[in-house]
Write a new protein. Structure first.
Length: 513
């Protein structure tokens, strides 16, 4: 019996010795010594490279804004930490302030970046909104970092635009004609409801006495009154915008008429042209007088006034046409066509450098056509870098005689498409068949048919189009979080800034050298 027990004990011991040993695991384990957070990530992690770049930026525009407010109250977070958090979040495809705040608790890289601080999502959003005006300057600073790293060549740049969805639904837009009919309908329904409510109140007072609970009709009435008020407000704003658009159009027409009169040799015809110009000025002044009758706008001046802007279609007297629309959620956004469908959004423009797909200039407008964007975007490239590019390629949406002339004046060798290619088309044969084409268009068409023209223009699709792919697909920026043209422009600046930041942080030493 003893031998049997010994045998069993020996068997259990041998079995235990043959089992795999686990590592110690204790979720309640406390640190015996303070941990070093830098040990949580590898030495060459992107977070550390980002912090080095942010430490080198001049953020006086941000800190001055912080110090301008009352010094009393809760201490603010370090602005460099908050900027680094925003840059790293947008570079990682995280745009929601709630998701950014959650990442500071749930992700190790975010905890290291913030030094284990966890700003509330309202603080993140407030910081982003409060320092929007500092972003263009920071964009240029990051661009200079890219230049010092040898990532910018300015030998060949490409310009393109992409429609990005606004923080609004296209179903929240309404035409001026629909507004008028809705106002009329709601006014009629409100009158009917008021009559019904008065009759019901009289009946209930007679039956139950005065002071009874409100009848359900009152809630229905309030709902219609709120909708009527919202539509009236949007209608008034649309009409005001139409008056401003018509006044600007008349001033531009008067300026052209004055110039035409100055070069007119016939005295009679010169007098007629001056009369037309004077009438245009007077009509513009009358419309501007109507505009000044309204309340002063609290909106800040937009420093991006060099970019084109959508103009509300108007009638001769400055009223909006029946099809002129306004969105209730984001009035600055417009319905635009993208890939055969329509969205409520903005037109986002970029100029990308061929060498490393660095964004040299960016901008956002609510005008869908691209043609008027070329000149201001080229001016921004020169302002941001100090130089004009050697070569420019752009698609057919940017082709115009004025754009070609501007590129020639700036010494830019431009290759702008004059039409969309179709399979099986003989370009040379078609060129001879075009009649009445302006000299600029004919010269550009001829330029693009050369071997050099074909080679350079074929590079456009690997310069600028992949940048939109990286922003929209790789980092998932499909719609804006902010509303209003000025805020949307600054958010797009932040997106483009972070694109360039990622390029310089991930650049190979050979490219950077």
């Amino acid at each position: 019996m003893r031998e049997k027990n010994c045998t069993q004990s020996l068997s259990r011991l041998q079995c235990a010795m043959s089992l795999k040993k686990y590592r110690l695991w204790d979720p309640d384990q406390v640190f015996l010594f303070p941990p070093a957070m830098r040990d949580w990530l590898e030495e060459d992690h992107l977070v550390y490279r980002l912090l080095d770049v942010v430490d080198a930026l001049d953020i006086r525009s941000v800190s001055h804004s912080i110090h301008a407010v009352d010094a009393r109250g809760t201490r603010p977070y370090n602005p460099r930490m908050m900027l680094a958090l925003l840059f790293y979040s947008y570079s990682s495809g995280i745009y929601s302030s709630r998701e950014i705040a959650a990442a500071t608790r749930e992700r190790v890289d975010f905890r290291v970046l913030t030094g284990d601080q966890h700003p509330h999502h309202t603080v993140v959003n407030e910081f982003r909104l409060r320092h929007l005006d500092a972003l263009p300057e920071l964009f240029v600073q990051v661009l200079k970092v890219c230049d010092r790293a040898g990532l910018i060549k300015l030998e060949h740049v490409s310009l393109d635009g992409s429609k990005v969805k606004a923080n609004a639904s296209k179903h929240k837009a309404m035409s001026h004609g629909r507004m008028e009919s809705e106002v009329e309908r709601l006014e009629g329904e409100i009158q009917e409801l008021l009559s019904r409510a008065e009759a019901v109140d009289a009946e209930e007072d007679a039956r139950y006495g005065k002071g009874q609970e409100a009848h359900p009709i009152s809630e229905e009435l309030k709902c219609r009154e709120r909708r009527l008020e919202a539509i009236r407000k949007a209608k008034a704003e649309l009409e005001e915008e139409a008056r401003r658009a018509k006044a600007n159009e008349l001033r531009e027409r008067a300026e052209r008429q004055h110039k035409a009169a100055e070069t007119e040799e016939d005295p009679t015809e010169r007098k007629r042209k001056l009369t037309r110009a004077q009438r245009s000025d007077e009509k513009a002044d009358r419309l501007a007088g109507k505009e000044s009758e309204g309340e002063d706008s609290d909106e800040p001046d937009d420093p991006d006034d060099d970019l084109p802007s959508h103009r509300v279609p108007t009638t001769r007297d400055g009223s909006p046409t029946s099809k002129a629309q306004r969105n209730f959620s984001d009035p600055d956004s417009r319905i635009m066509k993208r890939d055969g469908s329509y969205l409520q959004g903005y037109n986002c423009q970029i100029v990308a450098d061929e060498a490393n797909q660095i964004i040299l200039a960016e901008g956002v407008t609510n005008q869908a056509p691209d043609q008027e964007h070329l000149i201001p975007m080229m001016d921004r490239v020169k302002s941001n870098t100090g130089y004009s590019p050697v070569t420019l390629t752009a698609d057919t949406g940017y082709m115009s005689s004025d754009n070609v002339a501007h590129c020639e004046d700036e010494g830019i060798d431009a290759y702008i498409a004059v039409g969309r290619d179709k399979h099986g088309r003989d370009s040379a044969a078609e060129q001879d068949s075009i009649e009445g084409e302006s000299e600029a268009w004919a010269d550009m068409r001829s330029k693009l048919t050369t071997e050099e023209g074909k080679r350079l223009y074929s590079r456009r699709k690997v310069i600028v189009e992949p940048v939109f792919g990286q922003v929209k697909e790789a980092r998932g920026f499909r719609h804006f979080s902010l509303r209003g043209l000025l805020k949307v422009r600054r958010e797009w600046t932040l997106v483009c800034l972070c694109h360039n930041l990622m390029k310089v942080l991930t650049a190979k030493p050979a490219a950077a050298g």
